[in-house]
Design a protein around this ligand. Sequence first.
Ligand SMILES: Cc1ncc(COP(=O)(O)O)c(C=O)c1O
Length: 452
Amino acid sequence: MFINSFAPILNESMGFKADDRIRRAIARDRKYMLTTTKEDFPLVVQKASGDYIHDISGNRFIDFSTFISVYNFGGNSRKEVREAIVKQIDLLMHNAFTDYYSEGPVNFAESLLKMLPNGFGKVFFSNSGTEANEAALKFARIFTKREYVLAFYGAFHGRTYGSLSMTASKTVQRAGVGPLGPVVHAPYAYCYRCPFKLEYPSCGMACVDYIKKYPLSKEIPANETAAIFMEPIQGEGGYVVPPKEFVKGMREIADDNGMLLVDDEVQAGYMRTGKFLALDNFGVKADIYTFAKSIGAGLPLGVTVTRSSLGDLKPGSHANTFGGNAAVVAGADALLGYVRRNMVRIESGVKERSRIAMKRLNEMKENYEIVGDVRGIGLMIGIEIVKDKKSKIPGVKERDAIIKRAFESGLVLLPAGECSIRIIPQLEIDKKVLEKGLDILEETIRKVSLTA
Ligand SMILES: Cc1ncc(COP(=O)(O)O)c(C=O)c1O
C-alpha cells in the first residue's frame, strides 16, 4: 500500500481505527510468535523516517520511543549510515571476524575508544545488550578470579542466563527458569519511592551504607565479589536517576574491595543524556562499559569495552559468530563518525530539547494529580503516573490508558517500570514536533485524569 509521508499525524477527533490489514497482521503475530513484550496498542510498523513512525495503513505517528531506544539519530537512522551499510553489503556481508582479520571492525573499535576515558582499552563485539553484559560478566570473573556479583533491584541487563541473573526488574522475566547465577541484588537509589522511606539528601545515602552492612557483610564476601553491575540511569526499571553520591558510592565500594564497576550504557548511553557516556554525568568512571541499542544504528550490535590495565584474555575464552559483522560495523562506524564530527552541536541540542520537554512535563506535574514525578537527564526522561500525589499509589491503569490514548492521537510512547512512561524521542527531533508530541501527551493526561 502507498504510504503518504505527508499523512497527517492522527488526532483523536479522527480517531485511530485498526483496519482489516492491521487486525490481520496482529492476529497472525499472535498465532505464530511464541512470546513477545508487545504493548497493548495496534502499531504495525512499516517504515520510520526521522521523527515519525508510519504504519502499514498509512498512519503517521510522532515517535517518542525511538524504537525502544535504538534510533537515537532518527527513525531508520541517517542516510550516510544506510549508504555505508549498502556499500558494505555489496562487497561482503559476513566477515567471520572472530577467525579472520578485517579492517572495518578495528577502525570502528579505534574510533569508539576515542569516545571513552583514557586507558580504554580492549573491545569485544557481540550482537545485543544481553550478550554485551554476558561478556562483561565473564570477563569480570576471569579478571578478578572472583565469583559473585552485586546488582540492583529494578535493573535490566538482558535475558540470557548471566545477564538475567543480574536483571531484577519484573519477576515474570525470571519466573520458571532458575536457578540463576550467584548475583545478589540491593536497592537502587530510587528516591521517589525510597525503599528506606527516607528523603534525599537528609537520608545520608542510607542505600549506600545498606550495601556495605548487609549484602557485602552478611551474604557475599566482598573479597569474593567480582563486580558491581549498574545502569547509570535505570531504564526498564522506570527511568530512575540516582543521586551522584550513590554512583560515587558504588565506585568507592568497588575500589575499596578490589571489585570492578561495570557500567551498562545499553539504554542510557550514546548521547541520550547529552554525553556519550551517561555515567559521565555522575563524575565516575567504570572498569568495563557495555553498549548495544543505538550503537548499532539500527542493526544488532553489542559492545563490551574493558580498561586496558585489566589485561587480555586467553584466545578462545569467549567468542561468537557474528560479532563485528561487516555490514553492522559499517553502519555503526558511519553513525559514530557523524556523532564525533557533531559532538558539540548534538550535546547542546539535547540540552535545549531537554529544557523544552522538562519545562512542559514539570508544568504537567503541577497541573495534574496523576503525574507524580518527572525525572531524567538530557532526553532520557521518565514520568511516573500515580493515583494521587499524596498516596503515590502506582497509577498502572492510568499509565496504560495514557499510552493507549496517546497512540490513538498519533504519539508512540513506551512504559517503563511499574507505572512510568519514557519520553525518548530522537536526539535531534524537530522542536515543533517535540512540542506537538508534548501537546498530545498533555491532552491525553488531561483526559485520563478526568476519568481516573
Ligand atoms: C540497560 C539495558 N541493558 C541491557 C539490555 C538488553 O539488551 P538486548 O535486548 O539487546 O539484549 C537492555 C534492553 O532493554 C537495557 O535497557
